[in-house]
Design a protein around this ligand. Structure first.
Ligand code: SF4
Length: 382
């Protein structure tokens, strides 16, 4: 993994393990001239999205995290939905969950701190089983991952033995382990078409996000069956809200995520994964952009696109927002909370993830064509 040039490079294996007491508790860290000097280049980067008045609270934690991770030979994987002081100031690798897990596997760090939710930490552990994987807060769950269990997938398998089961990466290791192949919001259409072709069938089961499945159904001739799961952040957006935004900001580019309902995508100018959304803004450089997704995404993309004005009609993910700088610091200091996956589950889950990675990838994250008519996707009957 390429290290972030703003952060020191980890050097020694578990160099500081067992010395938590040498580092003060988060609440004891203070803002002084040394901290100010060591973090001022980071403040410059996020000055437009992090209020100046908050910096004396963030800077001591940022400084301590960046020094402690060198001592621990640790890297921090920061998901796109992390707040900007995490994403831009302590993240060594940033992006969507799969990109983060792949970077984790390539890293020579001993410890991975997942600044994201639990299923992401599990995916990192699946792809990097020899590393210690930590999640800073055990409350960091996910409504989508919680909507389905391994037992549910086994029941689907029993009911539909002739159809391949494609599982979104936003699921537990146990669910991945029961599936044939994983997909992301970026490659879901490609995976469904490839696996249906391999199985010689006109139908694929895409679980657990019903909206991602319905949006994929409108992009492909493959018949899609799905599950009634949803992301609580994206399912709340409505086509009426998009129409209202369009009338208030007629020049804005409206950019949506495929976990939104199909009529939301239909009302937008562009739809794609978080990676595709960020690439679209970078490539098109719109004067005004509206990202229909989790709140922190706009802040993080704004830092890299100062020429674009962002309107923020966002929804917060309460699970992502359990991750804080203080939590990351304590996670590194106390080496908590370690995420482990049963070796047999990990082996089978890795095979589903690997089946996806073995498919040819596209250089640019593909987009969903928002002009296509909406196609139905039935639920599996189990
Ligand atoms: S944004 Fe949605 S899919 Fe992501 S962690 Fe939150 S609830 Fe889960």
């Amino acid at each position: 993994m390429k290290s972030n040039p703003d952060h020191p490079t980890p050097t020694s294996r578990f160099a500081g393990r067992g010395h938590a007491s040498a580092w003060p508790e988060a609440r004891e860290l203070g803002y002084d001239e040394g901290v100010r000097a060591r973090t001022e280049h980071l403040l410059e980067r996020v000055a437009d999205v992090v209020p100046q008045a908050e910096w004396p609270l963030h800077a001591p934690l940022i400084d301590a995290i960046n020094r402690l991770k060198v001592e621990r030979n640790a890297v921090i994987l920061a998901h796109n939905y992390m707040t900007p002081e995490i994403f831009h100031c302590v993240g060594d690798a940033t992006g969507d969950s799969l990109k983060l897990a792949q970077l984790a596997a390539e890293s020579d760090a001993d410890i991975i701190v997942q600044a994201g939710v639990h299923f992401m930490a599990e995916t990192a552990k699946i792809l990097a089983p020899e590393k210690t994987v930590l999640v800073p807060d055990l409350r960091a769950g996910c409504s989508l991952a919680a909507s389905i269990t391994g037992a549910d997938v086994r029941r689907i398998r029993q009911a539909y033995p002739a159809y391949p089961i494609v599982t979104y990466v936003n699921t537990s290791a146990e669910v991945k382990a029961e599936s044939d192949i994983c997909c992301t919001s970026s490659n879901a259409v490609q995976v469904v078409e490839a696996v249906a072709g391999q199985w010689g069938t006109d139908t694929a089961i895409l679980i657990p996000d019903e909206y991602l499945a319905k949006n994929v159904a409108s992009q492909t001739a493959v018949r899609i069956l799905t599950w009634k799961g949803a992301c609580e952040v994206h399912e709340r957006f409505t086509a009426e809200e998009i129409a209202q935004l369009r009338s208030e900001h007629p020049d804005a580019m409206i950019i949506t995520h495929p976990e939104c309902p199909p009529d939301v995508l239909k009302a937008a100018d562009f739809a794609g994964s978080t990676g595709a959304m960020a690439a679209f803004v970078r490539d098109q450089a719109p004067k005004t952009a509206i990202l229909i997704t989790e709140c922190s995404m706009s802040d993080n993309v704004a830092v890299e696109n100062p020429g674009t004005r962002f309107i923020r009609p966002c929804n917060l993910c309460p699970h992502m927002k359990t991750i804080s700088l203080a939590g990351i610091y304590e996670s590194l200091r106390r080496l908590q909370f370690e995420v482990n996956v049963d070796p047999d589950v990990a082996r089978r889950a890795r095979s589903s993830v690997q089946a996806m990675l073995d498919l040819p990838g596209s250089e640019k994250p593909p987009a969903f064509d928002t002009r296509r008519p909406i196609t139905a996707a039935d639920y599996v009957a189990v």
